[in-house]
Design a protein around this ligand. Structure first.
Ligand code: ADP
Length: 485
């Protein structure tokens, strides 16, 4: 038996207030990507366990929905405090299963707590309307109410905060939830169950199942009790879920892939752009959906930008995320490393020049050198494919119109960034870019107060901000007649 890291490392699923194993008794291994060593197991649940979790959420729903928003906000506030009181333990568990540097894990856990607090407050501001009536003796009301049981499917790159953005608004709105965390990083998801119990949420309000993605996903999509699916992950899987959810016409929120451009104009502060580039590219070893996929740099500053980016990239310390000063952890698995190698080979075969990194790191395993490729061209695969790794392809352009056209030449529309010192240009470019999130002279822009969400094939719906709770609510129009007024 392996020793457990902390009481948050729960090797069981939470269904209807009970911590249980899979019916088959089967488990999945959880491996530390920095060492390749297994450090625990979680249940391999499937359809039957998921059906029971949905039934438990349905049973808990009426009483939870009936509570006033103020009464729902109280355990949410306690949940916020519980997360912050345990920030270090939760961050260490996150780094152990995901690989990111401990400082980034602390930041992510802090962000999770911030979402919970934000929605504890927003839940109390779910206003309806009284609409001026065209009839003298009738009145028109518009009300909002929780949709019911929601299901959340989350990825491995932000195993804590992606769940926060879904669970917090759902619970604040009065919904109950069934959650499926990613199999690579299940403990940060299961930890939400431990925290929810500590915060005093009633049994069945939060249910968590781990295991076969296809089986759990199929039950979630087919089960008529689930009224909404909220998913963060690849566009490929998102499309499958949208299709399957259509059978019972569920609401869907989708946070899908991206192909973020990072544009540097001749009039930009290049040092500031390089600082922004490092965080927008190499955070989480390039494994975020808002990470820069393509640097587009105007010809006048191209050489200068590449030179400074190479120097900054080369100074990033690669290693186990638990060690001090490490800025780049391992990639999540061997498949991710192979994809990065393939994209680099494709680029060099088409004339791209590796000017930093370019290969696996001497540490072995899934560690990869932070990489810069100069002379990137539109026929290279990373023009259209999400890299999800620490590789910076740098393209060149001449005019503003060309930059906007290049930036928009993708089916994705999640995040983009651009650097300029010209205010007029800032507005022209901002208005020309078809993206849901735009950083102007900033490389890291996510915050709980702002609506996060992609356009085009990057997604549907918003998370965070005033908008983040709306997808968990049904609107009703009520016409009251015969008032004899
Ligand atoms: P990533 O590349 O980030 O792993 P995925 O879209 O493959 O993105 O996975 C995101 C989440 O979706 C994970 O929790 C994964 O287990 C789950 N998932 C993958 N395939 C399916 C599926 N067919 N149905 C439901 N969930 C799925």
């Amino acid at each position: 038996m392996l020793k457990k890291f902390s009481h948050f490392q729960r090797e069981a699923n939470l269904i209807g207030g009970k911590w249980v194993q899979a019916d088959s008794g089967q488990t999945l291994d959880v491996v530390n990507p920095a060492t390749g060593v297994k450090f625990g197991v979680v249940p391999k649940s499937g359809r039957a366990e998921t059906r029971r979790a949905i039934a438990a959420a349905q049973e808990a729903f009426p009483a939870w929905a009936k509570r006033s928003a103020l009464e729902r906000s109280k355990p949410l506030r306690k949940l916020h405090d519980a997360i912050m009181d345990n920030q270090e333990a939760l961050a260490e568990l996150l780094t152990l299963e995901q690989g990111k540097p401990l400082a980034e894990s602390r930041g992510e856990v802090g962000m999770s707590a911030a979402y919970v607090l934000w929605f504890a407050e927003e839940g109390r501001r779910v206003y309806g309307d009284i609409v001026p009536s065209p009839w003298a003796d009738r009145r028109i009301l518009v009300t909002k109410e929780p949709v019911g049981v929601i299901a959340a499917i989350t990825p491995w790159n932000f195993p804590s905060s992606m769940l926060a953005r879904k669970l917090a608004p759902a619970l604040a709105a009065g919904c109950t939830a069934v959650v499926k965390p990613a199999s690579q990083t299940p403990y940060s998801g299961l930890a939400w169950g431990v925290l929810a119990e500590e915060a005093g949420f009633p049994a069945g309000v939060v249910n968590i199942v781990t295991g076969s993605a296809a089986e759990i996903g199929d039950e979630i999509c087919a089960n008529p009790l689930v009224k909404k699916i909220t998913f963060t992950g690849s566009t490929e899987v998102g499309k499958v879920l949208i299709q399957k959810a259509s059978v019972t016409v569920k609401k869907v929120s989708m946070e899908l892939g991206g192909n973020a451009p990072f544009i540097v104009f001749d009039d930009a502060d290049v040092d500031r752009a390089v600082d922004g580039a490092i965080v927008a590219k190499y955070r989480n070893s390039g494994q975020t959906c808002v990470c820069t996929n393509r640097f587009l740099v105007q010809s006048g500053v191209y050489d200068k930008f590449v030179e400074k980016l190479v120097a900054a990239t080369a100074s990033l310390k690669v290693g186990n995320g638990m060690e001090d000063g490490v800025k780049q952890g391992p990639l999540i698995d061997e498949g991710a490393v192979c994809k990065v190698e393939e994209l680099i080979a494709d680029a060099t075969s088409k004339g791209g020049k590796v000017v930093a990194g370019g290969a696996r790191h001497v540490l072995g395993g899934t560690f990869f050198q932070p990489t810069v490729i100069a002379g990137a061209k539109s026929d290279m695969r990373f023009s259209t494919e999400e890299i999800f790794g620490p590789v910076s392809p740098v393209f060149s352009f001449d005019t503003e119109d060309e930059a906007i056209a290049m930036a928009n030449a993708t089916e994705y529309g999640l995040a983009c960034y651009f650097y300029t010192g010209d205010l007029g240009r800032a507005f022209r470019v901002m208005e020309g870019l078809k993206y849901g999130l735009i950083g102007v002279n900033e490389g890291l822009i996510t915050t709980v107060e702002a609506p996060f969400g992609g356009l085009k094939e990057s997604g549907l719906g918003k998370e965070g901000g005033r908008e983040g709770i709306l997808d968990y609510l049904d609107g009703k129009y009520v016409c009251i007649g015969g008032l004899g007024l």
